[in-house]
Design a protein around this ligand. Sequence first.
Ligand code: ADP
Ligand code: MG
Length: 272
Amino acid sequence: MVGWTRKGTVKGRGARTPFAAREAPSTVTPAAEGDGRKEIIRLEGVSKVYRMGDVEVQALKGVDLTVYQGEFIVILGPSGSGKTTLLNLLGGMDTITSGRMVVNGWDISRLTVQELTEYRRTQIGFVFQFFNLIPTLTALENVELALELVDGDHRGKAREALEAVGLAHRADHFPSQLSGGEQQRVAIARAICKDPPILLCDEPTGELDYETGKKILALMQEINEKMGQTIIMVTHNSAISEISHRTVYLHSGSLAKVVKTEVRKRAEELEW
Ligand code: ADP
Ligand code: MG
C-alpha cells in the first residue's frame, strides 16, 4: 500500500528543510527537551468561550497539555466536549480566549493574522470527517491545490503524495468517481503533500465503513511511523485509542485525564 520510507519519495523528518526551516515569528519560545523528546505542542490554561448574543458557551476550560514530536495522540470525548474546538485552535482556524498555546515554536496566542496564515500553511495538515474535496477537481488537482503558494514542482509533489497513500492510479478521477475510503486517501495526500510537522484529524473514519475505516487508520499509523509526523486525532470511537501513544479524554470542555497506551495495537487489529 504505502511504499515510501524516510528516504523514499516523500521527504522524511530528517530530510526536511523547506518549510520547517522557515523561521517562526519573533514570538517564538524554544522547544523544551523532556526525556530527550522534543516538545512540539504546549497548551497552558487554554480556554475558549463562544459568545452567541447573550449566551456564552465555555467550549474549553483551562486545558493544560504537552505533546512531543512524533506522538500519535487520540482525543476522546462525548459530543460537545470540545474536541473539534481544540483541533480548530491547534489548526489556527480559531483563536483562544485565554491561556497560552505554543506549537513548534509558534506562540499561536500572539500571532498576527498574517502570521497565522503562514502558520496554517507551513505547520498543519488537516484531515476532515467529510473529506472536503472540491468536486470539480480531479484527485491530483485537489492535492495540487494545497501546494498553491509553495515553491517547486506542484504536480510532482502531488503525484508523490497520491502515490504515498496508494492512489496514484486514481489521480485523474473526480471525487464522485471515488469510494469514501479513496476520497479520504486523497484528503490525506492533500494534508501530507506539504510535509507539515503536525497532522490534525477530526473523526477521519466517521463516514467510513468498518473495514475502510481501519485501512485509513492503518495509513495514518504508517504516516506517523515512517514520516514522523505528530498526529492529533479526534474521535468518539474509544477503540481507536489503542493505536495511540496517549489518549486525551475531554469532558465538558475540561481535560479529564491523559492515558498512556501501554500495549499499542496495529490498526488492523482493532475491533469495534
Ligand atoms: P465536539 O467536537 O467534542 O463535539 P465542539 O468542540 O464542536 O465539541 O463543541 C464544544 C461546545 O462548544 C459545544 O457546546 C458546542 O455547541 C459549542 N460550539 C462549538 N463551536 C461553536 C461556535 N462556533 N459557536 C458557538 N458555540 C460553539
Ligand atoms: Mg466535533
